[in-house]
Design a protein around this ligand. Structure first.
Ligand code: GRF
Length: 210
């Protein structure tokens, strides 16, 4: 069974959506650890309430290489074989990425490569785009880069605020992260350069995922 390591820094709603789908059997995996670089992350409490292993490794004041080594050690100790960044607000070092080749996923609240980095929803609103959305991608050493697995678009409405647009995108984040995990766990894809090619037709409207 695939063992997930979920890395968070805050609220943890993407983690919770994944945890719901793991609990229902829709994602054939187990959550080996939820790890935060911030002790105050509400997602850590949510993990504890669910009876899942929740670990804080504070990143403050540590060199990226030193910190990442500690995290990789913890993930290895827990037998993690697929890493999910879910609102983990740090760039990963080359050594971290080498430790889990093509086994680290991230979710970003924009249609990449548009609007990488912080405040993606605000960037989209201020740019005036008519379509916003979210992306699940493999992680490489650059920010919000790496081969794209799934994207979903949502409309931007004239009355939108950052909050209403973020909420519309978040609903889709919760759906596509689980769908991406099902694809990766099933192994029904190959990576060709920047492109992720599915071996069989993959539905983007899965029935099993809530
Ligand atoms: C999400 O919008 C995710 O796309 C971004 O950070 C946010 C995390 O939210 N990377 P949550 O902690 O999963 O609720």
């Amino acid at each position: 069974m695939t063992r997930l390591g979920i890395l968070i820094s805050g609220r943890g709603s993407n983690f919770e959506a994944i945890a719901d789908n793991v609990a229902s059997g829709a994602i054939p995996a187990e959550i080996a650890v939820v790890l935060s670089n911030r002790a105050a992350a509400p997602g850590l409490d949510a993990a504890r309430r669910r009876g899942l292993p929740a670990v804080c490794i504070p990143s403050k004041g540590l060199d990226r290489e030193v910190y990442d080594r500690m995290v990789v050690e913890e993930l290895r100790r827990r037998g993690v074989d697929l890493v999910c960044l879910a609102g983990f607000m740090r760039l990963l070092s080359a050594a971290f990425i080498r430790a889990f080749p093509n086994r680290i996923l991230n979710i970003h609240p924009s249609l990449l490569p548009a609007f990488p980095g912080l405040d993606a929803q605000r960037q989209a609103l201020e740019h005036g785009v008519r379509l916003a959305g979210c992306t699940v991608h493999f992680v490489d050493e650059n920010l919000d880069s790496g081969p794209i697995l799934i994207q979903t678009a949502v409309p931007v409405l004239d009355a939108d605020t950052v909050e209403t647009l973020s909420a519309r995108i978040l609903e889709q984040e919760h759906r596509i992260y689980s769908e991406a995990l099902r694809i990766v766990i099933a192994g029904n894809y190959r990576i060709e350069g920047r492109r992720v090619v599915f071996k069989e037709a993959v539905s983007h409207q899965p029935s099993a995922i809530g």
